[in-house]
Design a protein. Structure first.
Length: 342
C-alpha cells in the first residue's frame, strides 16, 4: 500500500485539501486535480504540507473542464486508487443560474466520468466518492424536522426532477442522483474495481488554506460561526454534522481493501444528532476572553431533528467520530486567530 498512487479530485477544496494531507501522511503518493497552478502553489505553501515535505510524492494535474468528455482519462493514468471529492457546493451558486445545470448535471456527469476513466485505466483497484447524508433522505423529510425513521448508510431515496425552490433542494437532488446513478452504473458495468461512497453530514472544521477572516465564513463552517458572531436568524438547521478531520480520515481509510466496499454514514452525536444551539455554551466555556472582548457574540440558531445511526460506519472504519464540541472548538479557535491577528 505504501507508495501507491492516489488520484484526488477537488484538491484545493475544504475537504479535498485535508484528504491530500491524510493520504500523504498514510504513505501514499498523491496526484491532485486542480483548476489552475495558483492552487498548487497555495497547497504547497500550507503548513501541513510543508511539514510533510512530500517532494515528488505530491504532483498536480490541471483539469479545467470537469464536464468535458474523458475529462479524467489522462489524470488517472497509473493510479491505483481514486478519491473523488469534487462536486458543486451551495456557496458556489450564482443567483439566477439554472439550478439543475449548476448542481445536478455536473455532480452526476463528474462522478460517471471518474468511474468510466477508472474502468478504462487497468490499474485502479478502488474508487472512493464523496457523497452526503442528503443523498439518502428525501428533501421534504430533511427539512421537516418530523423524521421518525432512523437513517443509516443503507438508506436510499428517489431522485426528483426540478424545478427546485432553493439552493439546498437542488444540492440535495444532485447528491441523490449521483449516488443512485453510481450504484446503477456498478450494477450494469460490474467493474473490476471496488466503489465506496462516503456520506457525511455538515462538514465542520478549520480550513488551513483560508488565511482571511472573511473567507472563514465560507461554506458549511458558517453554520457554526454565524450564530457565535452575532449572526443567524434562528432558522432551524438539520441536526447532522461531522468533523472535517474525520471525513478526510474516512476517505483515506476506505482505500484499504480490508474495509468493505459499501457506503459509510458520517455523523457525530449518534441518533440524537447535532444541537446547533449548544454552540454558544461551548464557546462561552472555551473562549471566555473572546466573548468578553466582543470577538464572539451570541446570535440565533436551532436544530431540526435528523436521526442518523453512524455506529456501523464507525465500527467498520475503525475509529470514533469527534463530538460537536470538538468541531466548534476547532473552527471557532481558528476564526479567533484570524480575527485577532495583527
Amino acid at each position: 500500500m505504501t507508495g501507491e498512487l492516489v488520484f484526488i479530485t477537488g484538491g484545493s477544496g475544504h475537504l479535498g485539501y485535508r484528504v491530500i494531507v491524510d493520504a500523504l501522511q498514510a504513505g501514499y503518493r498523491v496526484r491532485a486535480a486542480i483548476r489552475s497552478q495558483s492552487k498548487a502553489s497555495q497547497i504547497l505553501s500550507a503548513p501541513s504540507i510543508k511539514a510533510i515535505n512530500p517532494g515528488d510524492r505530491l504532483e498536480f494535474v490541471e483539469v479545467p473542464d470537469l464536464l468535458a468528455d474523458s475529462a479524467y482519462d489522462e489524470a488517472v493514468k497509473d493510479a491505483v486508487y481514486i478519491i473523488h471529492c469534487a462536486s458543486p457546493i451551495t456557496s458556489s451558486y450564482a443567483q439566477g443560474t439554472d439550478m439543475e445545470e449548476h448542481f445536478v448535471t455536473p455532480a452526476v456527469k463528474g462522478t460517471l466520468s471518474i468511474l468510466t476513466a477508472a474502468q478504462r485505466a487497468s490499474t485502479v483497484k478502488r474508487v472512493v466518492i464523496t457523497s452526503s447524508v442528503v443523498a439518502v433522505i428525501a428533501f421534504k423529510d430533511f427539512t421537516s424536522g418530523k423524521i421518525h425513521t432512523v437513517h443509516n448508510e443503507k438508506s436510499r431515496t428517489a431522485f426528483l426532477h426540478g424545478p427546485y425552490h432553493s439552493v439546498m433542494e437542488a444540492y440535495s437532488a444532485s447528491k441523490i442522483k449521483a449516488l443512485n446513478e453510481t450504484e446503477a452504473w456498478i450494477e450494469q458495468e460490474k467493474p473490476s474495481f471496488d466503489v465506496v461512497n462516503i456520506l457525511p453530514g455538515f462538514i465542520i472544521g478549520q480550513n488551513e488554506l483560508v488565511t482571511d477572516v472573511k473567507d472563514a465564513m465560507y461554506g458549511t463552517n458558517k453554520t457554526v460561526l454565524g450564530p457565535v458572531t452575532g449572526g443567524g436568524d434562528g432558522s432551524k438547521v438539520p441536526g447532522t454534522s461531522i468533523h472535517l478531520l474525520d471525513v478526510a480520515l474516512a476517505h483515506v481509510k476506505a482505500l484499504d481493501p480490508k474495509v468493505p466496499a459499501q457506503a459509510y454514514a458520517l455523523a457525530s452525536e449518534g441518533v440524537k444528532g447535532t444541537d446547533w444551539a449548544t454552540s454558544w455554551d461551548i464557546v462561552s466555556k472555551e473562549f471566555p476572553d473572546a466573548v468578553k472582548s466582543g470577538v464572539l457574540s451570541q446570535g440565533k440558531t436551532a436544530m431540526l431533528p435528523l436521526p442518523f445511526d453512524e455506529s456501523r460506519s464507525e465500527e467498520l472504519l475503525g475509529f470514533k467520530f469527534r463530538s460537536f464540541e470538538e468541531q466548534v472548538k476547532d473552527v471557532v479557535g481558528r476564526y479567533i486567530e484570524l480575527k485577532t491577528a495583527v
